[in-house]
Ligand binder design. Sequence first.
Ligand code: SF4
Length: 211
Amino acid sequence: MNQSKRVEILSRLRASNPHPTTELNFSSPFELLIAVLLSAQATDVSVNKATAKLYPIANTPAAMLALGVDGVKEHIKTIGLFNSKAENVIKTCRILLEQHGGEVPEDRAALEALPGVGRKTANVVLNTAFGWPTIAVDTHIFRVSNRTRFAPGKNVEEVEAKLLKVVPKEFKVDCHHWLILHGRYTCVARKPRCGACLIEDLCEFPDKTEI
Ligand code: SF4
């Protein structure tokens, strides 16, 4: 795909949603970090339901530690993998208190050192809590980048590197959310909704649908 098409795609996505953000509910970097940690292999809706009850009781590392693993489990038991997630939440809170003064570090290596936090989660936190121009490649972004040929790659690392190279600076902070939302609602996994797609004429997917 050539660069002028990419710019046109990003311009259209921006015009349709000028201020995109995550669908996870949060009101601090700590709440976002925990919500992203809980969201692995779970829907944002299910995470929001759980955190709506959890955060009024515990939205700091100290308060979360006071709940303990069992207390956290009780609040997140409707979310997949809740046992290991509760353990990771508690371990993460302990590290935040012991090593970062109870704050979420604005630092990639420090974030990736937290239990249950990989590159994708660190990218989401750096981007969404701190406004870094990072692009967290999840399953939606991977699919959209490859289908459209916007930033094709064999694995998430390749797609991330390509996106960071080809996305112009003015679009970088929000690109991650535009591509996720496009993949979640239009360029869906099984049958993309090409007939309702606002970048259909620019997309290079050879098997477009009419729906
Ligand atoms: S035209 Fe179809 S395949 Fe291309 S981005 Fe839109 S929904 Fe996805």
